[in-house]
Write a protein that binds this ligand. Structure first.
Ligand SMILES: Cc1cc2nc3c(=O)[nH]c(=O)nc-3n(C[C@H](O)[C@H](O)[C@H](O)COP(=O)(O)OP(=O)(O)OC[C@H]3O[C@@H](n4cnc5c(N)ncnc54)[C@H](O)[C@@H]3O)c2cc1C
Length: 377
């Protein structure tokens, strides 16, 4: 089925060609060595990918959520973990600044981020506050013309390699009194903590951000004081739609690999594809992927029309995340012992897919959002 118009299809082809050349050949070794593909990241700038949603006056491509999602899908068909870092940069940092910051802040930070001269990330999660993000404890206190931040953020994508972070901190005593700050890695009192070793998404560096009396100029407060819950929600909404593109890319890569394998591998004098049990799995994977695409691009198009219903992104993310993990597990099963080895990419697809059920809000939190909408709670 077609979900994209002619221009979007052309963009998908351009991104796919780029990813096949720049990401695919490196994916296995970068997973093994847990290293970031900096060259490929920088090479995305001339294609306009690093500011896919940002305005042209800052160097952006001024495209929509549909385009951002299809870019995620096509990149992650080749390397999901580079795509996760790309998402943290483009959606969590660049788009957050685009949507919420002042013109002066945009002029200061966006051109370098979009040109790939600096790498961005976003810090919301803390050791004691994940799903319950309003329980965050990082505090910012005004002192003269500065804010002083204390606390620790964890699981931050691009934490170990980032230059600029959009960070949320508590600025009042009420639960919702949270503000957004732009933090540069050289601000006094800021340092990155330990890099985390992960099951999957290993080419995407994840780590802690530590604020020890970190001094932030008041010009780096984004929007109004105590008014950032709306920033968080807006950004989470588009994050959940676009991250669904990563699940689609992973499931699509798994299906492609599995189809080829079952036609080549022979047992009992026949290709595996002639066994009905194999055909059933391929049929389920293909149907799941089609349903995931329909749901995701319908949520993306609704977003582009101005519909900000959070349950649409939650549904797309919940369905596609589970679908990608299922595809990964079925893919391994179809390859048998070979699927379980690291000589074949399918186990990597499965390890990468599992993150989709946790990051940007867990499956359980997606169900809460959907149920609240359905039951009008
Ligand atoms: C690789 C990776 C990259 C990440 N990148 C970023 C990033 O760039 N920036 C950032 O800020 N964060 C990031 N995160 C954090 C991510 O968003 C959180 O891990 C996620 O929101 C879950 O929080 P938690 O890990 O603290 O789990 P918890 O909230 O402790 O949840 C543990 C379990 O309890 C369940 N649970 C919790 N509350 C409820 C409830 N009310 N009802 C039912 N079940 C519940 C959860 O669903 C889960 O199964 C990243 C995480 C990972 C693993």
């Amino acid at each position: 089925m077609e979900y994209w118009n002619e221009e979007q299809t052309l963009l998908a082809k351009t991104v796919s060609d780029f990813a096949t050349k720049e990401l695919g050949p490196m994916a296995e070794v970068l997973d093994d060595t847990e290293s970031f593909n900096l060259n490929a990241f920088k090479a995305m700038a001339p294609l306009g990918l690093l500011g896919v949603l940002a305005a042209e006056e800052y160097g952006g491509a001024a495209l929509g959520c549909t385009e951002a999602t299809l870019v995620m899908e096509k990149l992650s068909e080749q390397c999901a973990s580079t795509t996760l870092s790309y998402l943290a940069h483009t959606i969590l940092c660049v788009n957050n600044i685009t949507e919420n910051a002042s013109d002066e802040q945009k002029r200061k930070y966006l051109p370098d981020l979009i040109a790939g001269k600096t790498i961005g990330g976003m810090g919301m999660t803390e050791p004691g506050a994940g799903s319950d993000m309003l329980g965050m404890q990082t505090k910012a206190v005004r002192k003269g013309t500065k804010f002083v931040l204390n606390g620790t953020k964890t699981y931050i994508t691009n934490g170990p390699i980032g230059d600029v972070f959009v960070v949320y901190a508590r600025t009042g005593n009420e639960k919702k009194e949270i503000s957004t700050f732009i933090i540069e890695k050289d601000f006094p009192g800021f340092k990155t903590g330990k890099k985390l070793k992960k099951m999957g998404m290993r080419a995407s560096p994840t780590g802690e951000l530590v604020f020890d009396n970190c001094e932030v100029p008041e010009q780096n407060l984004v929007g109004k004081l105590n008014d950032s819950v709306s920033h968080m929600m807006r950004n989470l909404n588009i994050e959940r739609i676009t991250i669904s593109g990563i699940s689609l890319g992973l499931a699509s890569a798994t299906l492609k690999y599995a189809k080829q394998y079952v036609q080549e591998r022979r047992q009992f004098d026949k290709p595996l594809s002639e066994f009905q049990a194999t055909q059933q799995k391929i049929a389920e994977m293909a149907t799941d992927l089609e349903a995931g695409r329909a749901l995701t691009y319908s949520a993306a198009k609704a977003y582009d029309r101005g519909d900000r219903d959070m349950s649409l992104g939650a549904k797309a993310k919940l369905f596609t995340a589970q679908m990608a993990t299922r595809a990964g597990l079925d893919g391994i099963q179809l390859l048998g012992g070979y699927g379980y080895t690291r000589e074949y990419p399918v186990e990597r697809y499965m390890r990468d897919a599992k993150l989709m059920e946790i990051g940007a809000g867990t499956n359980e939190i997606m169900r809460l959002i959907i149920a609240r909408q359905e039951l009008e709670l």
